[in-house]
Design a protein around this ligand. Structure first.
Ligand SMILES: Cc1cc2nc3c(=O)[nH]c(=O)nc-3n(C[C@H](O)[C@H](O)[C@H](O)COP(=O)(O)O)c2cc1C
Length: 167
């Protein structure tokens, strides 16, 4: 038996998803033109064997050509206090200006690693496919740099929610 459903309006979908709180990350890569990065909440674990995560990038993003060609990328998970950095990488600011804020170091893969991220996952692109407006990037995690902080920064209902843990 087949059913037909009315199509959900884009605004309703976006409003619904705004209630789905998520960690905030800056996803970075390095191309011949330099470092690129954007704020992303669409990041999640896929598998621990092999260790794999995914991140979704809008194909209209100014960063997209760099990520399209990249072998490596890094997911840097933000902490309370990183709200301004998140807005900088989540807006239309020029790339060089984005990386002039925060302290960035080169990871093993050459991808920019945020020195005070809660955790950074350096990945080798293992698979990618397009869905709607976005490309889903699957990354095989090849290096992890983690703090032992139990703080967290979430984005929910279009605002930041800081959880300041004891660590
Ligand atoms: C909290 C937050 C979460 C975001 N999550 C994503 C995401 O998961 N994927 C994405 O493509 N863009 C996401 N964005 C938007 C990009 O960061 C933004 O479109 C991009 O940086 C815009 O600049 P660009 O076109 O120069 O890259 C998010 C923005 C914010 C503020």
């Amino acid at each position: 038996m087949s059913y037909s459903f009315d199509t959900i309006e884009t605004a309703d979908f976006r409003n619904g998803m705004s209630r789905l709180g998520a960690a905030v990350n800056i996803v970075t890569t390095r191309s011949a033109e330099g470092p690129f990065g954007f704020t992303a909440s669409a990041v999640c674990s896929v598998s621990d064997t092999p260790p794999t995560l995914l991140a979704c990038i809008n194909r209209k993003s100014s960063c997209f050509p760099a990520f399209e060609d990249a072998r490596f990328f890094c997911v840097n998970t933000l902490a309370p206090g990183h709200e301004a950095l998140s807005n900088l990488f989540g807006g239309k600011t020029a790339m060089a200006e984005r990386f002039s804020a925060g302290r960035w170091i080169d990871g093993r893969t050459g991808a920019p690693v945020l020195a005070d991220a809660l955790v950074s996952f350096e990945c080798e692109l293992s698979h990618a496919f397009d869905e709607g407006t976005h490309r889903v990037l699957f990354g095989r995690v090849i290096d992890i740099r983690a703090t032992d902080s139990d703080a967290a920064l979430f984005y929910c209902a279009r605002r930041y929610v800081a959880i300041n843990g004891a660590g």
